[in-house]
Design a protein around this ligand. Sequence first.
Ligand SMILES: Nc1nc2c(c(=O)[nH]1)N[C@H]1C(S)=C(S)[C@@H](COP(=O)(O)OP(=O)(O)OC[C@H]3O[C@@H](n4cnc5c(=O)[nH]c(N)nc54)[C@H](O)[C@@H]3O)O[C@H]1N2
Ligand SMILES: Nc1nc2c(c(=O)[nH]1)N[C@H]1C(S)=C(S)[C@@H](COP(=O)(O)OP(=O)(O)OC[C@H]3O[C@@H](n4cnc5c(=O)[nH]c(N)nc54)[C@H](O)[C@@H]3O)O[C@H]1N2
Ligand SMILES: [Mo]
Length: 773
Amino acid sequence: MDDTIGFPDPGLDLSDGFKPHTSHWGVFSARQSEAGLEVRAYAGDPDPNGIIGNFPGALRHQARIAQPAIRRGWLERGPGPDDRRGRDEFVSVSWEKALDLLGDELGRIRDTRGPGAVFGGSYGWSSAGRFHHAQSQVHRFLNIAMGGYVRSVNTYSSGASSVLLPQILAGYEDITKRNVTWEQIAENTDIVLAFGGMALKNSMVAGGSISKHVERGAMEAARQRGCAFILFSPLRDDLPVEAGAEWMTCLPGTDTALMLGIVHTLVSEGLHDQAFLDRYTEGWPVFLRYLTGESDGQAKHAEWAAAICGVDADTIRELARRAAGKRALITVSHSLQRAEHGEQPVWMGMVLAAALGQIGLPGGGYAYSLGAIGYYGRRVNDVPGPTLGQGRNGVRDFIPVARIADMLLNPGTTYRYNGETRTYPDIRLVYWAGGNPFHHHQDINRLRKAFAKLDTFVVHELAWTATARHADIVLPSTMTLEREDIGYSTNDPLMVAMHQIAEPFGLARDDYDIFADLAERLGAREPFTEGRTSRQWLEHLYEPTRASLQSRGLEAPDFDEFWRRGSLVVPQQPDDGGRLRSFREDPVNHPLPTPTGRIEIHSAKIAAHGDADCPGHPVWLEKTDMPKPGAPCFLVANQPVTRLHSQLDFGGHSLGAKHRGREVARMNPRDADARGIRDGDIIRLFNERGACLAAVHVTDGIAAGVVQLPTGAWYDPMDPEDDAPLCVHGNPNVLTRDIGTSSFAQGCTGQLTTVEVEKFTGNLPPIRAFDPV
Ligand SMILES: Nc1nc2c(c(=O)[nH]1)N[C@H]1C(S)=C(S)[C@@H](COP(=O)(O)OP(=O)(O)OC[C@H]3O[C@@H](n4cnc5c(=O)[nH]c(N)nc54)[C@H](O)[C@@H]3O)O[C@H]1N2
Ligand SMILES: Nc1nc2c(c(=O)[nH]1)N[C@H]1C(S)=C(S)[C@@H](COP(=O)(O)OP(=O)(O)OC[C@H]3O[C@@H](n4cnc5c(=O)[nH]c(N)nc54)[C@H](O)[C@@H]3O)O[C@H]1N2
Ligand SMILES: [Mo]
């Protein structure tokens, strides 16, 4: 308890008028003067992140929204389905007018259709502060002022794994936050098999705030001690050079087959840990019949796996022998499950770890999504942090988050989810604050048709994103630097007093103040605000932390003192290996929270669902989107290096990495040569759903047959009047498929699709995504 070792806090550099602040991509201090905005990374961070360099150029950029705006068609003709969304012009209006019109429309929907006609999932990352967190604000508002809303469950990050893991291993947080830590890896691990890697670009960011980026140092320390890192990925930089990894380019989407080949080798050579399987797992015999081919006629041996995944059979066998009997760690990235049948590699990774028998030992076993987010897999704070109450949602209905277009296009139709048959509701109004679905959702051309069906689409945004451009009512919100907040994450010990650095842009207002005025129009100001100003809310939300520190006899500064200092280190729980460790030590008294209390290699519950696309144990399932004539290359649409998703794509750090204004794709020289494409060219990527332009970097750091284009370049249709316009900027979601992972979890599958690529030789169209509206 009370373990803050390893977290000396040098404090933020507050000299020269700099003030403390934080973001999903790091703690910093900043100063706004006539010279513009300057940022200084937190001195306690051993490996600060360049993404904070997006702030200076973004703060006063013309892409910011200066004034409330209403789509002309909605203003003139009122609410109703309209395919002019995303094509129409906007009319700037006063706050008074915007809020009056919106208040009336919310009242109409509430009183005629009820809150079940409102979709308020509002998925997205918004900002790091805990009070002005846009989702918390919009959910609280809709609950209190509207009586509720149809919500979304799960995330785009872990749509398949967050439904699966609790049924086969342990709670999602047990596995991602209280499991194998970076210190354990540095000290104990002999070999890491990293499926999808642990790219440093990803651990640079975190949910909430992040003070220290430790991953590079931990991998370097492990490597120096003799730990071997094996990277299975289409991209070499999915592990840092410090890890000294051996890079194996398995074909995208085939990790499950590869893992089956490794486990088959373990079993056929008697290298698997039968004692572990007997003592801790459920269903191994059923799985074994599948592995050996007894149940389906096909043994999953190394040759079989090699023919599917492209890693040769000798290498697969060698990997099994190298991992057996060692402190072996299997890591599976989020990306593997953000694809068709994404449940399978997550489940099979766990089975591989179980067969190696290391689950629950320091630095060994199974670490799902380690490295996807900074500090994941590290310790959890031992004091409560600030959380804004959401009120009560009077609507029970929900959708799995990535099924939004299906819901809007097909009200009243049924779909499968987690063993149930459910019905899509009839949504008339969508309210979004703090997310960018026209960046994050798949098959944007289809999404446009889905949003055309609404009566009204309301968006709070700080900038003219594609989502704002598809809305009916656009309300300008402040960005984090323009307001006070508390920065905090449950697994980062540094709580940050986020001072206001700059005045709001134009007429932008805090989401909270916008909702307070709307609540007034709906007769709910007092329950929404509880009579508090923003500053009073911060004091109120800080109090549980202070009281908890005080009750333990620790230094417990009052709010004013915390605010003056700028940061506060809170104690963390010990690194005790969490639930998997205690299960290993005593499986009878510390059973897992699965139906059998054991590691479920076979799940009777999932088998009973009867869904062929996710049966009762992990299996290799053929993909329906494989390279073919017309789309012969895999497209990996992964997370970007220079920004968080689409946020501040107009900031200097993000713009600086583009080439001729376009997002940069990567291709192997073999694929480029075959198409007469050279490094630095502009290419057109296309398939049956859409097309976009991008610049290209030709490199042997990517596997042949794979093209990579990160997410987050703002959708920029050349001619918005088209049904499937060319995106001239490089948003891969004009190409991705909008299907669920399976009937079981219905997660997002945006990571992987297939495309053709050609050199673009026409006149280069201008980028207009960042133009003011
Ligand atoms: N093809 C493909 N698509 C993917 C993925 C993939 O791997 N491949 N990954 C998916 C994943 S894992 C995720 S998490 C999603 C991310 O998708 P999102 O979370 O929707 O992406 P962000 O760009 O972070 O969107 C946050 C938005 O909030 C706005 N914002 C910031 N602060 C505030 C504020 O204070 N108030 C308001 N009102 N707005 C604010 C920002 O300007 C930004 O537009 O993308 C998914 N999409
Ligand atoms: N800089 C930055 N960091 C981020 C984010 C960001 O936007 N920017 N977003 C954050 C969020 S919300 C999330 S959910 C996490 C996402 O965490 P992840 O989903 O793990 O991240 P990605 O970068 O999308 O994918 C990781 C790598 O998986 C590889 N890969 C793709 N498909 C396959 C496959 O089939 N098999 C194998 N073996 N490898 C494959 C790709 O080469 C890719 O680089 O990242 C977080 N970190
Ligand atoms: Mo995510």
